[in-house]
Write a protein that binds this ligand. Structure first.
Ligand SMILES: Cc1cc2nc3c(=O)[nH]c(=O)nc-3n(C[C@H](O)[C@H](O)[C@H](O)COP(=O)(O)OP(=O)(O)OC[C@H]3O[C@@H](n4cnc5c(N)ncnc54)[C@H](O)[C@@H]3O)c2cc1C
Length: 396
């Protein structure tokens, strides 16, 4: 009997959908923060604590849990661990993986295991903790998570830079990395994404003539933030930014980030079917990725909004089609295969955040060799000899 674990159900690749029937195990009521340890800088939580709730709780005592998927007000820590969720802050702070110290998990054969520990170092045996991170509910049911925390940055500033086209915005990213500046976030939005933001969310954020936008945030001590913001603004102006502005206060900062986080939902609000892919390439190859997107638009006649974490090279390529148009769906299918083949050719990956689930299972052979897939299937069989946990996910 298949057993499918469901966190908050916000996953983008259908991981929590019981495609083969069976039992759906909701983690909804395992939602307590068990411990915030201010000396050892860690938190112990049940899996269905909502990400933003944990962030608020630790920030209240001067600590910080950096992973920030745009879904943070809805998604669960267990789901974040199972998908290895990332977000804008991944550029400076890394993704969920970096913060998981230990797990309690139930194996599909019924045993309970405790992986890792509360210590920050642990090299005993294979790293089962990290094997479970990103395992998409296929290896074990995560019932408790020990997370590393860091001190809350004392100061933050957010800068908005407006460019006439995507190339200038991408050049600005390279320019600021060449200046050895590592901001907390570098978010890039193309013109199609900006149109959705303007029409659905906040017209004032997008001045006429904007072809691309960067949202860059620096954090740290106040002097470090001031110095970084100066460098970032200079890098943007060097490549011809039309406008560079600093969020005046926390309220404006929050408005900006809220618009960015709601962008996915704004694209949905167009009424079109949004097929969201979270491809990733080495950051120096982001311009080539945008060239691929342009080719997809031209070759398949599709509307595509491409935005995301430019510092990580992780761009969300959203194909927007009329949901009743079967012919457009077929074009989108051909376009997505081309996208995946091209990102692998660019030395990247077909998923940087959302995992494979069942939506991308048919494509893993584009990135992984037969030997790698066979080895992964042997790992799966070692955890789950009866193949009951989330069947049909990751592997077609
Ligand atoms: C508007 C929006 C924006 C998003 N933005 C981002 C983003 O910026 N970055 C990002 O990475 N993702 C993003 N996502 C995708 C999604 O929010 C993440 O993948 C998130 O980690 C899923 O968490 P969840 O609790 O909703 O998990 P679910 O969707 O319920 O489950 C996801 C997978 O995890 C497994 N799972 C869940 N809980 C457990 C558990 N306790 N033990 C074992 N397996 C478990 C499920 O079986 C399933 O395979 C976004 C989604 C939406 C809707």
């Amino acid at each position: 009997m298949p057993l499918v674990v469901r966190g908050a159900g916000t996953g983008y690749t259908g991981g929590a959908v019981p495609t083969r029937g069976g039992v759906l195990l909701s983690m909804e009521r395992l939602n307590r923060i068990l411990e915030i340890d201010e000396v050892n800088l860690l938190a112990v939580v049940e899996p269905n604590v909502i990400t933003a709730d944990l962030q608020r709780a630790v920030e209240a005592v001067g600590l910080f849990y950096p992973p920030d998927p745009a879904s943070l007000e809805m998604s669960s820590i267990g789901g974040n661990v199972a998908e290895c969720a990332g977000g804008p802050r991944g550029f400076k702070y890394g993704t969920t993986r970096r913060y998981v110290l230990g797990l309690e998990a139930v194996l599909p054969t019924g045993e309970i295991i405790e992986t890792g520990s509360k210590a920050v170092k642990n090299v005993v045996g294979y790293d089962l903790t990290q094997l479970l991170v990103g395992s998409e509910g296929t290896l074990a049911i995560i019932t408790r998570v020990t997370l590393r925390l860091v001190p809350r940055p004392a100061a933050r500033a957010t800068l908005l830079a407006v460019f006439s086209d995507i190339q200038a915005a991408v050049d600005a990213v390279s320019a600021l990395i060449r200046r050895r500046v590592i901001p907390a976030t570098i978010e890039l939005l193309d013109s199609e994404s900006l149109a959705a933001m303007r029409d659905t969310l906040d017209p004032q954020l997008v001045p006429p003539g904007t072809g691309a936008m960067l949202i860059v945030e620096a954090d740290g001590t106040q002097p470090a933030v001031d110095a970084e913001i100066e460098q970032i603004a200079a890098a943007c102006r060097d490549v011809g930014a039309i406008r560079v502005t600093l969020a005046a206060d926390d309220e404006e900062r929050a408005r900006l980030w809220s618009a960015r986080r709601l962008l996915s939902l704004a694209l949905k609000a167009t009424g079109l079917l949004k097929i969201n892919h979270d491809v990733v390439v080495p950051r120096g190859r982001v311009p080539e990725l945008y060239a691929v997107v342009e080719d997809m638009r031209a070759q398949f006649g599709l509307r595509i909004a491409a935005f995301g974490h430019a510092g990580d090279g992780n761009i969300h390529v959203n194909l927007l089609i009329n949901r009743d148009d079967q012919e457009a769906r077929e074009r989108a299918r051909r376009a997505e295969r081309m996208l995946f083949e091209q990102v692998v050719a660019l030395e990247g990956s077909i998923s940087g955040e959302h995992g494979i689930g069942f939506a991308k299972a048919q494509y893993i052979g584009i990135e992984l060799s037969d030997e790698e897939i066979a080895l992964m299937k042997r790992v799966k069989a070692a955890f789950d000899p009866n193949g009951i946990l989330n069947p049909g996910k990751i592997f077609p």
